[in-house]
Design a protein around this ligand. Structure first.
Ligand code: ATP
Length: 132
């Protein structure tokens, strides 16, 4: 099987670099499935799972917004933050979820609602991925 190199990078450093047969992710315009030889492309990503597939295994990464750059032999994901499913601290994500929910329920005029919604979305994404 042909492969492409996938690199996931955040401001904290590289999360992963390895070869895979297919990348599935959710861009702001919809689902993308990328195979080796794909036409070059840049797309903004949503807070979601990125699935990296090989014949006999699959790695799942929680990607919390950012950009995808596709070249025929390489996919680079520049994310604000990203974790491998196995590195996710579920308890921390549950606490972040509760904090965000409390902020959104408080109706406090000081609450930055968009920021709280994004924090909730990141927490739910991490919990969903860790449980897969
Ligand atoms: P928290 O409120 O728990 O910090 P957050 O969504 O605000 O969550 P981010 O700003 O997205 O956190 O990430 C900050 C750093 O912490 C990043 O390096 C990210 O990978 C890491 N991180 C955040 N939450 C988790 C988690 N539940 N498990 C593992 N790493 C996490």
């Amino acid at each position: 099987m042909r492969t492409l190199t996938v690199s996931v990078v955040t401001p904290d450093g590289e999360v992963l670099e390895d070869d895979y047969e297919m990348v599935s992710c959710k861009a702001e315009n919809g689902e993308l499935g990328i195979l080796p030889g794909h036409i070059p492309l840049v797309a903004p990503l949503t807070i979601n799972a990125v699935r990296l597939k090989r014949e006999n295994d699959e790695d799942i990464i929680a990607v919390n917004g950012g950009f995808l750059e596709v070249r025929p032999d390489k996919v680079t994901i520049l994310a604000e933050s990203a974790e491998k499913a196995t590195d996710i601290d579920v308890e921390r994500a549950e606490q972040a979820k509760t904090r965000a929910e409390q902020l959104l329920e408080s109706n406090d005029s000081d609450t930055d609602e968009l920021r709280a919604k994004l924090a909730l979305h990141r927490a739910i994404n991490r919990i969903d991925i860790a449980k897969k």
